[in-house]
Design a protein around this ligand. Sequence first.
Ligand code: COA
Length: 137
Amino acid sequence: MVNMTKVRHAEPSDLSMLIPFDLFPGDRIVEIVERRMLVAEVSGSVVGYLAWQHRGCLEKDYINKLVVAESFRRQGLASTLLDVLCKRLRGRVFIATGARNIAANALLAGCGWAYAGEIVGILPDDEAQVFYRKDLG
Ligand SMILES: CC(C)(COP(=O)(O)OP(=O)(O)OC[C@H]1O[C@@H](n2cnc3c(N)ncnc32)[C@H](O)[C@@H]1OP(=O)(O)O)[C@@H](O)C(=O)NCCC(=O)NCCS
């Protein structure tokens, strides 16, 4: 993990730091206000985040956003964000990514997420959406 990394709940004042690397449409204000978003901060700058939805996948908690700024990838930040969240949630949790997303599939398969199936028809070009699950204590 990068030195000086801190994982914490997102705050509205983080929004401007997310814009340069956020890959998801819209802003993140709802997740922030509802306390459903964690950020990874390196030396005072927010360089990654994840967000989740309570009962967002067939009544199970669902991590629906996870992104790390390109220049901070492969330094353990996504793994750390997931680890911190997994200590805070309980029960069966789901996350999904495109079948062609090599980085995300390698990340999830490598840190204890179990393959849970695929759905074709959510993503464009018939790319399967691959679901993973984890059972938390
Ligand atoms: C997927 C993503 C979040 C990974 O973030 P990251 O901080 O780079 O991930 P980590 O550093 O924690 O990676 C942990 C492990 O995942 C695997 N991994 C991560 N990126 C990889 C890549 N590009 N190719 C192959 N394996 C990769 C490796 O096993 C890595 O361990 P290692 O670096 O010791 O080999 C990042 O690439 C990203 O933001 N991508 C765009 C958004 C996205 O696809 N989100 C996924 C939604 S589920």
